[in-house]
Ligand binder design. Structure first.
Ligand code: AHG
Ligand code: MN
Ligand code: MN
Ligand code: MN
Length: 319
């Protein structure tokens, strides 16, 4: 007996309107995955010719993915607000729904030309459509998820307790493949862009130096480094088999507050990882407790296996 997404959503203890928002994001993800699969043939490989609010050159597929999400959410009467990496301002929809979605429509888009896993990340928050609060803490999220477009298309979802994994089948349905994923407490894998070592703060340098020392380091064991460069792919690996992901505040990103974006990268991933038993921090505080000050705000991100995140927190406390 298989369980598809619609059956699973109907069995969750959540408002049907909230479930419908998640279903819309799942449908958007299936459509984005289908576009990505054929993009090299369709010639959708280049730049869009625009720069987004982050100062990044948008790829054509960043824009196409954003448009697909926007269309699916505009068709859902329960959604009144969309915040997207690719849109300078929040979109206030005609529908007066009680939910807001924040999304990274295409994560890892710099990897498109080499055909490695990219993804779509989203966060769902409750809003009063007459007076929407766009700057809620991650702890207020009602749902979060991502789609990973890899050898299989995975959809990973949480409503805050428990994280479940679905796989897209040949008929366009998401089928439940892991009811409750648990991030292993201990791990010997870490993910960080080591080319940025010269910018790292003392805590990050101390943690990675210990890992590189292996058996003679503080953890007393060997580590492997894994870095895809698509947050979705790196976090998916960590959810499935443990590990830690770090994009810390470094001296080059300090003025921006970090590299990754709070509302649609850090918060949804932190909720998914915590709901699966892992931990998340900026180094100084829990990501989900950070008060946003802007919709595109950036934040340091450290999350994954509890033992590893705790060791990093120890270095921050000491530095
Ligand atoms: P996006 O493609 O949505 O702009 O996000 C890119 C992010 C994330 O996927 C990844 O972890 C990080 O950028 C990679 O940063 P580097 O360029 O430092 O490798
Ligand atoms: Mn981008
Ligand atoms: Mn991203
Ligand atoms: Mn993106």
């Amino acid at each position: 007996m298989t369980t598809d997404l619609a059956q699973w959503l109907a069995a969750q203890q959540v408002a049907p309107e909230l479930a419908s928002v998640v279903a819309s994001m799942a449908a958007a993800s299936a459509e984005i995955g289908a576009v990505l699969r054929l993009a090299p043939i369709a010639g959708q490989t280049g730049l869009a010719g625009h720069t987004n609010v982050q100062g990044e050159a948008q790829k054509e597929l960043d824009v196409v993915s954003n448009d697909i999400v926007l269309r699916h959410l505009q068709a859902n009467a329960n959604v009144s607000i969309l915040v997207s990496e690719e849109l300078d301002e929040a979109v206030h929809m005609e529908n007066q729904g009680r939910y807001m979605v924040a999304t990274d429509p295409l994560d890892g888009s710099s990897n498109l030309d080499v055909n490695v896993t990219v993804g779509t990340i989203f966060s769902v928050l409750g809003v009063d459509p007459a007076k929407p609060d766009l700057l809620q803490k991650g702890s207020a999220q009602l749902a979060a998820g991502y789609a990973a477009y890899g050898p299989a298309t995975s959809l990973v979802l949480t409503f805050g307790t428990g994280t479940s994994v679905f796989t897209l089948d040949g008929s366009g349905q998401f089928v439940l493949t892991l009811e409750s994923v648990k991030v292993p407490v201990a791990s010997g894998e870490y993910a960080i862009n080591t080319a940025r070592e010269r910018f790292w703060d003392k805590a990050t340098l101390a943690y990675v130096t210990e890992n590189v020392a292996g058996e003679t380091g503080a953890a007393g064991k060997r580590y492997n480094m894994r870095w895809v460069g698509s947050m979705v792919a790196d976090i998916h690996r960590i959810l499935m088999r443990g590990g830690i992901f770090l994009y810390p505040l470094d001296s080059e990103t300090t003025s921006k507050g970090g590299r990754l974006r709070l509302l649609y990268e850090a918060n949804p991933m932190a909720l998914l990882v915590e709901a699966a038993g892992g931990k998340s921090t900026t180094g100084r505080e829990r990501i989900l407790d950070v008060q946003p000050t802007g919709i595109h705000q950036r934040v340091p991100v450290i999350l994954g296996s509890a033992e590893e995140v705790s060791r990093v927190e120890g270095h921050y406390a000491a530095n």
